[in-house]
Structure formats: structure tokens, C-alpha cells
Design a protein around this ligand. Structure first.
Ligand SMILES: Cc1cc2nc3c(=O)[nH]c(=O)nc-3n(C[C@H](O)[C@H](O)[C@H](O)COP(=O)(O)OP(=O)(O)OC[C@H]3O[C@@H](n4cnc5c(N)ncnc54)[C@H](O)[C@@H]3O)c2cc1C
Ligand SMILES: *[C@@H]1O[C@H](CO)[C@@H](O)[C@H](O)[C@H]1NC(C)=O
Ligand SMILES: *[C@@H]1O[C@H](CO)[C@@H](O)[C@H](O)[C@H]1NC(C)=O
Ligand SMILES: *[C@@H]1O[C@H](CO)[C@@H](O)[C@H](O)[C@H]1NC(C)=O
Ligand SMILES: *[C@@H]1O[C@H](CO)[C@@H](O)[C@H](O)[C@H]1NC(C)=O
Ligand SMILES: *[C@@H]1O[C@H](CO)[C@@H](O)[C@H](O)[C@H]1NC(C)=O
Length: 542
């Protein structure tokens, strides 16, 4: 693959056909005719739910769920059309017709894919349509059985809100960003603030409704345990369309405690980060302390200077006194004091982790477009797993690299493992990064400037950071997290004809030895590779 895949984008002609003549030979016209005939019996006509690029709402429907503005440019390869199904029959017809006419199908739920794969294509010459699950947003919580059915187009925020409406002591262990869609999130595993006690979101899925490549509606028992295993972490857009997940809720206390402690280099950040590496994954399961490292403007001197700051963000499933005692015993270097700790309900903690100001009403969780975590910046992310503590000298090299960019432009977000994460066997689900991992690093780079030069400068920076870290992170394979999609680690380069060997390059980084089982499941359930993209598991035959 080219070192700068984004350059491909710039060279691409505008491939989405702007032909205004009604030409029956155009693939999307044949597709539309096919949909019409497939759906003639449906009560709710599908034609109102289709947006071709000549429809005045096409751009607003497309842009509504674009969460990385990097793929919101005039040169981004866009879908021929978007279908927004309201009914399972609409999904079935869309799958059948796209398969019949050779159009690639990209399913979109929350639109947070780091590389924009749910609504854009980095491969040239791809004609694709988007199946947008925006109308599947229901969440049905059943307190008695402590379960909920979550439709794929619902966001994590909608799930959290719906649970809290029914109970103040039930919760779900999912991610920090409330606008993330259930469709993509569960498909890649899904971690969050309670993973050290309850594992991944996918570890807590007990049933699912999927539509497969043949258009069959499948539940857990009809899809079989192999497919049910694969869909819980093997990646989206690969085994079928996720319509809904049934999840097991977990118990939380009425009051949890959060803290956000910031330490700059002048406040011994290097020593504290060094210590954090080995402490955070050994702590009891009731606490998670995540660490974010960024360059910031210094507030300690009158002169304008910058420094590196580590922010320790924690959730403790208990009261403030308990966490003060725990940190005082096990991690005194952090210097946690009572004033740092705030007791709140679990639902309030989800608002806190999403960075909304204190006392923001939880209804903010229902907003699908407001995300303070990335703002309106373009971004690129990468990931690594750390299995041995990294020395202070190496961390100082990281600080130097962060210093090359402006304040807040680059970040390392580090999530400790251990606890329940280390107890679940590596083959239990496709997600293989369990015992033996100290923490996950997410590298991020953000920029606001338009154009190829700014993009190249920032993307080069994150690639250099990743290269610097090579000796200090997991090896053979160098692990990566599926939901932090990164096309640098390899991609299926030829549309529809991905070889096993080509896919294995990126596949073992996300899935380690689970990759082969995923290929076997894919071969059984989608031998024609109807569901595909730059990083979907290929069937053996291709
Ligand atoms: C700001 C931000 C914060 C994040 N925080 C976390 C976090 O705390 N924890 C975590 O684990 N991850 C986190 N992520 C990563 C996130 O889990 C992934 O980006 C996830 O894939 C997003 O799902 P989505 O439905 O929003 O995205 P989409 O872009 O809609 O989909 C992602 C992939 O899944 C496919 N897909 C989507 N819906 C379906 C469906 N219904 N059926 C089949 N395939 C489908 C898409 O085609 C695409 O390939 C974060 C991402 C962002 C941008
Ligand atoms: C969904 O589609 C089925 C099959 O075409 C149809 O019987 C049903 O009425 C539709 N439901 C809605 C709400 O449109
Ligand atoms: C996408 O670009 C359009 C203008 O071209 C803008 O109005 C819209 O806000 C942008 N959306 C995102 C998410 O970047
Ligand atoms: C930094 O650590 C040193 C010794 O390890 C200690 O004396 C000093 O008080 C610490 N500084 C801060 C701001 O905590
Ligand atoms: C969501 O938040 C954005 C940004 O604050 C705002 O413009 C929009 O109106 C909100 N949407 C809803 C449905 O409240
Ligand atoms: C840091 O300070 C500079 C100079 O005052 C300012 O332009 C910049 O916006 C600040 N950055 C942040 C992230 O606060």
C-alpha cells in the first residue's frame, strides 16, 4: 500500500456519477429498479427512503453522521446513494439488490469510523451505497431481567439515558463518547470505563438480530454460535447488518466517584506516568484510572510557555472515602486529595466522561452530533498495546514528539487493562487483547486547517510517533484495536478480490490467532463477499 493512502484521494476523479440523464444502464438505476420490485409489497414504500446524489437532501443526510470532517471534503469518494431503512424488509431488499448489481454496501450507524469507512471509500473506482441505520434508534430496557435490546442506530448515550430512566442502580459497561453508534461499537468489541470490572461491551451481549448476505433475519440460535462469536468484535460490515443487540445490564451503586487530576512535567508527571503503568492494571476491578497526555499552555508562569500534562481520569464504583483510601495506599505518587473527588450517579459520570460541564442535564446524551471529545477537528488515530513498563527516558522522548505540535494537537490516551479483562480467555471473542496487556495506547492527532499539506504534516507526525514506539510495544504481531481503525497497518487493496494473505497482514494485528476462525465464519456466511470494505475479513475462496 502507498505510504500516504490519503494522496490517493486527491488524485481521484469524482466517481460518483453526476450523470443527470436517466440512463437505465447506470448501476444505481438498475439498483433502484431492483429495490422497487423487491419492495412492491411493502406497506412503507422504500422510495421515500432513498437519497440519490441529485436529491436535495443527499448532502445533509450524508453529512449528518460524518464524525470525522477529514472525510467531508469535495474530493472524498461519496456513495452513489443512501438508503435509510425503516423496516427489516428495506434492509433485505437493499442487500439483495446491491449484491445483484455488484455495488459495494457500506452500513453506517453512528459514523465514528476513524477512517470514514461507513460513508466514504479510500479505494479508488469503488461504486458503493450507504445503508444508514439512523431510523433504528430504539432502546428497550427490561429492569426485571436486567437486559436491554439496543437497535444498531442508537448511540451509547441513548442507551445510557434509557437505562437511567428506568433504574439508578443498573448500567451498561460501554464507551466514553456518547455519540458512538451501537452498530459499529459492538461490532469491534467496545471498551469503556467499567471494562476492568465487566469486560468489553461485546462480552455483555447475549443475543443479536442480524440480516445476512442472503437477506435472512437471524437471531443467536439461528445464526449459530460461530457467527454469534464472530459478530461480537470481528468488525463491522463483514458478516451482515446488525439490526439490534440484546445486552446484559450490570449493577452499579447509587453513588460512584470520579476524579480528573492533572500533573505537568513540573509536577512530576514523568514519574507519575511511569508509576501508573504498573499500578493501574493491578488495582481492584472497581476502579479505572485512564491517562491522557498532551502538550498544554503553561499556566504556572507569567510568560507564555508550554508544558506536557498528564490527566488522570478515574471512575470508582463506590464513595469518595473509599477511593481516597485506595489511592493513598496503592498510588500515593498521584497526590489525590478529597477536593479532587466528586460523588455522583453513574449516569452523571457518563456526562462527566464526555467532557460536558458539571451539572449538564443527562438529556444531553440524546444529542447525536455534539461531541466535545473531537470537536470539529479532523483527526487520525492509531493504537498499540503495552506489555512491559516503558522507561522514563522513553517517555521523555514521547514528550519531545508531542512538543513538535501546537497545544492539544496531539494526544496519547492510555486505558489500563487487568481485572476482568485479564480473566476472559483470548479466544472467547474475536477481540484477543486480554491477559498480559498493561494498557492500550490510543494516539490521536487533530487539525483544523484544510488541504493536503496540513493533512500530510499531521499524519506524518502520528506515523513518526508510532514508529518511535515500535521497540516498546507488543510485537509479532504488533497489536491494534479494531475500533481504532487504522488503514496504515494494512488494507484490502483490490475491490472485491482480497486475498487471505493480504488480509492477514492487518487481521492478525486486530485479532491475533482469532483471525483464522473469523475467515472460516466469513467463508460460511458470506462466501460472495457481499459485505466488504478496506478492512473486512475475506472469505477463503477469494
Ligand atoms: C470521539 C470518539 C470516541 C470513541 N470512544 C470509544 C470508546 O470509548 N470505546 C471504544 O471502544 N471505542 C471508541 N471509539 C471508537 C468506536 O467504537 C468506533 O469508531 C466504532 O466503530 C464506531 O461505531 P459507529 O456505529 O459510530 O461508526 P460507523 O462509522 O457507523 O461504523 C463503523 C464500522 O462498523 C460498520 N457498521 C456500522 N453499523 C453497522 C451495522 N449496523 N451492521 C454492520 N456493520 C456496521 C461500518 O460499516 C464501519 O465499518 C470512539 C470513536 C470516536 C470517534
Ligand atoms: C415491513 O415490511 C413488511 C414486509 O414487506 C410489511 O409486511 C410490514 O407492513 C412493514 N412494516 C412497516 C412498519 O412498514
Ligand atoms: C461538512 O461540510 C459542510 C460544508 O461543506 C458543513 O456544512 C458541515 O458542517 C460539515 N460537517 C462535518 C461533520 O464536518
Ligand atoms: C516531585 O517529586 C519530588 C521527589 O520525588 C518531591 O520532593 C516533590 O515535592 C514533587 N513535586 C511535586 C510538585 O509534587
Ligand atoms: C445538539 O447539539 C448541537 C450543538 O450544540 C446543537 O446545534 C443541536 O441543536 C443539538 N441537537 C439537538 C437535537 O438538541
Ligand atoms: C496557547 O496559547 C497561544 C498563545 O496565547 C494561543 O494562541 C493558543 O490558542 C493557546 N492554545 C490553547 C490550546 O489554549
Amino acid at each position: 500500500m502507498p505510504r500516504h493512502p490519503f494522496l490517493l484521494l486527491l488524485l481521484l476523479p469524482l466517481l460518483c456519477s453526476h450523470n443527470t440523464a436517466a440512463d437505465d444502464d447506470q448501476p444505481h438505476n438498475r439498483f433502484l429498479q431492483c429495490l422497487d420490485s423487491e419492495n412492491s409489497a411493502a406497506a412503507d414504500s422504500i422510495s421515500k427512503l432513498i437519497y440519490t446524489d441529485t436529491n436535495p437532501s443527499y448532502s445533509s443526510v450524508l453529512q449528518f453522521s460524518i464524525r470525522n470532517p477529514r472525510f467531508n471534503t469535495s474530493t472524498t469518494l461519496k456513495p452513489l446513494l443512501i438508503v435509510t431503512p425503516r423496516n427489516i424488509s428495506h434492509i433485505q431488499a437493499t442487500i439483495k439488490c446491491s449484491a445483484k448489481h455488484g455495488l459495494q454496501l457500506r452500513v453506517r450507524s453512528g459514523g465514528h469510523d476513524y477512517e470514514g469507512l461507513s460513508y466514504a471509500s479510500l479505494l479508488p473506482n469503488v461504486q458503493f451505497i450507504v445503508l444508514d441505520m439512523i431510523n433504528f434508534q430504539d432502546v428497550a430496557v427490561d429492569v426485571a431481567s436486567k437486559t436491554a435490546w439496543v437497535q444498531a442506530g442508537a448511540t451509547l448515550g441513548q442507551l445510557y439515558y434509557a437505562i437511567a430512566q428506568k433504574s439508578s442502580t443498573l448500567a451498561f459497561p460501554a464507551g466514553v463518547c456518547p455519540t458512538v453508534g451501537a452498530g459499529g461499537y459492538f461490532s469491534g468489541g467496545g471498551y469503556g470505563t467499567m471494562q476492568r470490572k465487566h469486560g468489553l461491551a461485546a462480552d455483555n451481549v447475549v443475543d443479536a438480530v442480524f440480516i445476512d448476505a442472503k437477506g435472512r433475519t437471524l437471531g443467536r440460535s439461528s445464526m449459530g454460535e460461530d457467527m454469534f462469536w464472530a459478530v461480537r468484535g470481528g468488525g463491522g460490515n463483514t458478516f451482515g447488518v446488525a439490526v439490534a443487540w440484546k445486552v446484559k445490564l450490570v449493577a452499579v451503586p447509587e453513588k460512584v466517584t470520579v476524579f480528573r487530576v492533572r500533573r505537568t512535567l513540573e509536577q512530576n508527571a514523568t514519574k507519575i506516568v511511569h508509576r501508573w503503568q504498573t499500578v493501574a492494571n493491578e488495582l481492584p476491578q472497581d476502579i479505572i484510572i485512564m491517562a491522557t497526555i498532551q502538550k498544554v499552555n503553561s499556566t504556572s508562569t507569567a510568560q507564555l510557555t508550554t508544558t506536557i500534562q498528564a490527566t488522570f481520569n478515574a471512575l470508582f464504583l463506590g464513595g469518595a472515602e473509599g477511593v481516597l483510601k485506595l489511592i493513598g495506599d496503592k498510588f500515593p505518587e498521584l497526590g489525590l486529595v478529597k477536593e479532587d473527588c466528586t460523588e455522583m450517579s453513574w449516569i452523571e459520570s457518563t456526562v462527566h466522561f464526555a467532557r460536558f460541564p458539571a451539572n449538564t442535564p443527562p438529556a444531553i446524551l440524546l444529542n447525536r452530533t455534539i461531541t466535545l471529545l473531537t470537536g470539529s477537528a479532523k483527526y487520525k488515530g492509531k493504537s498499540d498495546y503495552v506489555q512491559k513498563p516503558i522507561s522514563e527516558t522513553v517517555w521523555e522522548g514521547v514528550w519531545k514528539k508531542l512538543d513538535e505540535l501546537g497545544p492539544l494537537a496531539g494526544a496519547l490516551v492510555m486505558i489500563p487493562y487487568g481485572g476482568k479483562m485479564a480473566e476472559i480467555p483470548a479466544s472467547s471473542l474475536p477481540f484477543p487483547h486480554r491477559a498480559g496487556n498493561l494498557f492500550l495506547i490510543q494516539y490521536d492527532v487533530f487539525w483544523n486547517e484544510d488541504g493536503a499539506e496540513a493533512e500530510e504534516r499531521h499524519v506524518d507526525w502520528i506515523r513518526e510517533m508510532y514508529s518511535y514506539m515500535t521497540p516498546y510495544v507488543s510485537q509479532n504481531p504488533r497489536g491494534a484495536y479494531m475500533n481504532y481503525r487504522d488503514l496504515d497497518i494494512g488494507m484490502n487493496a483490490v475491490e472485491g478480490k482480497t486475498s487471505y494473505r493480504e488480509a492477514r497482514v492487518w487481521g492478525v494485528k486486530y485479532f491475533k490467532s482469532n483471525f483464522d476462525r473469523l475467515v472460516r465464519v466469513k467463508t460460511a456466511v458470506d462466501p460472495e463477499n457481499v459485505f466488504r470494505n478496506e478492512q473486512s475479513i475475506p472469505p477463503f475462496s477469494l
